[in-house]
Ligand binder design. Structure first.
Ligand code: SF4
Length: 302
């Protein structure tokens, strides 16, 4: 039984002993660790930037923009003092640009309400714009060693398969993530869970090579794969090619170079559907990513 906060009590384990799984994960943690530049980074701003970028984006696509972004904005203060347009330029190649706006807003809150210092615990991190439970817990755990569970799609698959062998509700997944969490070396354990999910316990699991297979319930007991319907496990993203996301990316890429008229933007979007083009531009305006100055559109300044 586990107490979550003051009000919620959840039973998940039914007397399960997770020690063998923890031991197996600890043994392989170093060998399954991915050489990612933000892993083990002590600067919480660098970790926060990486976690925001990793939302909905493959790890391999984040490494170069992360370095570029931190070179341009090495501190929350530097990011907060810059116009939004500069932040959007540094975001090139990542997509989902609302995250860039939220990160810029978060930097301003850090500057104005936290004296330029990234908050040191998950509860305060949650006060920042665009920072949800996963991101707050990741920064609190990796940068400050707080004993909080990091639950993303990778970890969600491991929980459902290796520890529960059944589909979990969000409450159950959260509770189980805490139940299996050790008392010490929490950051290392959370990172190893992420690495296991990313390297072996993928959407298509690599059980034959998996270093924790001996302590995995699904591997031992069999049955239907519980991961695809379990909470925290993300569903496949919609197709990018031909999507509005692609058109939004094209519009912002064009505006990174120079302001454009509506006619120029329509041409650069490479879509012959004028109403759809208008709708994409209207979406960028309402998201505060683009602004209109006279007859031209440009990246928003603030
Ligand atoms: S044995 Fe297979 S299902 Fe179990 S943790 Fe490893 S990869 Fe995942």
């Amino acid at each position: 039984m586990l107490q979550l906060g003051a009000a919620l009590t959840v039973t998940t384990s039914g007397g399960n002993d997770y020690a063998p799984f923890r031991r197996a994960l600890r043994r392989c943690a170093t060998s399954i660790g991915r050489p990612l530049p933000w892993v083990g980074h002590r600067d919480p701003w660098a970790v926060l930037v990486s976690e925001v970028m990793l939302q909905q984006t493959q790890t391999s696509r984040v490494e170069e923009p992360w370095q570029r972004f931190l070179t341009a904005f090495p501190t929350p203060q530097a990011c907060a003092d810059a116009p939004l347009a500069a932040v959007l330029r540094a975001w090139a190649g990542l997509g989902y640009h609302r995250r860039a706006r939220a990160l810029h807003d978060a930097a301003r809150v850090i500057r104005d309400q936290f004296n330029g210092v990234v908050p040191h615990n998950a509860a305060q991190l949650r006060l920042l714009p665009g920072v949800g439970e996963y991101t707050a817990h990741a920064v609190a755990s990796f940068s400050f060693g707080e004993r909080v569970a990091v639950l993303d799609t990778n970890v969600g698959r491991v929980l459902a398969r290796a520890l529960a062998n059944r589909s979990l509700s969000r409450t159950e997944a959260r509770a189980l993530a805490y139940e299996v969490l050790p008392r010490d070396h929490v950051a290392e354990f959370n990172q190893a869970m992420l690495d296991l999910g990313a390297q072996f316990c993928r959407a298509k699991p690599q059980c034959v090579e998996c270093p924790v297979a001996q302590s995995c319930r699904w591997h031992r007991d069999g049955g239907r794969d519980p991961a695809p319907t379990s909470a925290a496990v993300s569903r496949p993203q919609s197709r990018f090619q031909g999507s509005d996301r692609q058109l939004r990316g094209r519009a912002l890429a064009a505006l990174r170079d120079a302001p454009r008229t509506k006619r120029e933007l329509h041409q650069l979007l490479e879509s012959e559907d004028g109403m759809r083009n208008d709708s994409v531009i209207a979406g960028l305006l309402s998201d505060g990513l683009v602004e209109r100055k006279g007859s031209r559109f440009r990246l928003a300044e603030s």
